[in-house]
Design a binder for this molecule. Structure first.
Ligand code: G3P
Length: 218
């Protein structure tokens, strides 16, 4: 399973990358604004900085919602760096844009996916990644993980190559359950990724080993 970090924060990206387990980065307009990155030039420069920090795919989201606009914007984003994946919303014109980029060999990430039907369309259009938002489904009392299950089944049935990029991952159990189901990628904040490290018995065991060592070697 690939691990992406879902942030535009360079410090967090570096921290996850330094762990040696990072496979890519996802961002969105809200995450950019959260880091104070505004204005087209600053945003594109930030994407390049992220690409230079990590090896792996970096999703850069289009703002346009019409086909011509998404194509123009996506082409500019894709030209920024070979690691850029054009992130396109799950709307009718978005599906056409994904097909356009897929035919040109440009990687895409279909975002804001909340149903199996949407994921099926994204795969038919040739999306490289599909991003079901599991946390946001959980937020409205709908089982986000059940959606990952459905998409996995459908993609397996037909051998679709589109990778399931579980997004809006908020915590460790989201990651573990995605791994059990067979999501290809998870993207989440640094806290969720680092949460995998933690177990109280590890801490207690290590403290005991170190104190026994001190007793025996002092
Ligand atoms: O990857 C999608 C993500 O950025 C949304 O996460 O936590 O805002 O639902 P969240």
């Amino acid at each position: 399973m690939k691990f992406f970090i879902d942030t535009a924060n360079l410090k967090d990206i570096k921290e996850a990358n330094d762990l040696g387990i990072l496979d890519g980065v996802t961002t969105n307009p809200s995450l950019m604004v959260k880091e104070g990155i505004t204005g087209a030039n600053n945003i594109t420069a930030h994407y390049v900085k992220i690409c230079e920090l990590v090896n792996g795919d970096v999703s850069a989201e289009v703002i346009a919602t019409d086909l011509a606009g998404m194509i123009a914007e996506g082409e500019k984003l894709a030209a920024l760096h070979p690691q850029i994946v054009v992130k396109i919303p799950m709307i009718k014109e978005g599906i056409k844009a994904i097909k356009y980029f897929s035919d040109k060999g440009i990687k895409t990430n279909c975002t804001l996916v909340f149903s199996a039907g949407q994921a099926l369309l994204a795969a038919k259009a040739g999306a490289t990644y599909v991003s079901p938002f599991i946390g946001r489904l959980d937020d409205i009392s709908t089982d986000g993980m059940a959606l990952i299950d459905e998409i996995r089944l459908i993609y397996n049935n037909y051998g679709y190559k589109t990778q399931i990029l579980a997004a809006s991952v908020r915590h460790v159990m989201h990651i573990i359950n995605c791994a059990k189901i067979g999501a290809d990628v998870i993207t989440g904040p640094l806290s969720a990724i680092e949460g995998l490290l933690k177990h109280p018995l590890t801490d207690i065991g290590l403290a005991t080993f170190l104190s026994d060592y001190q007793k025996g070697n002092s």
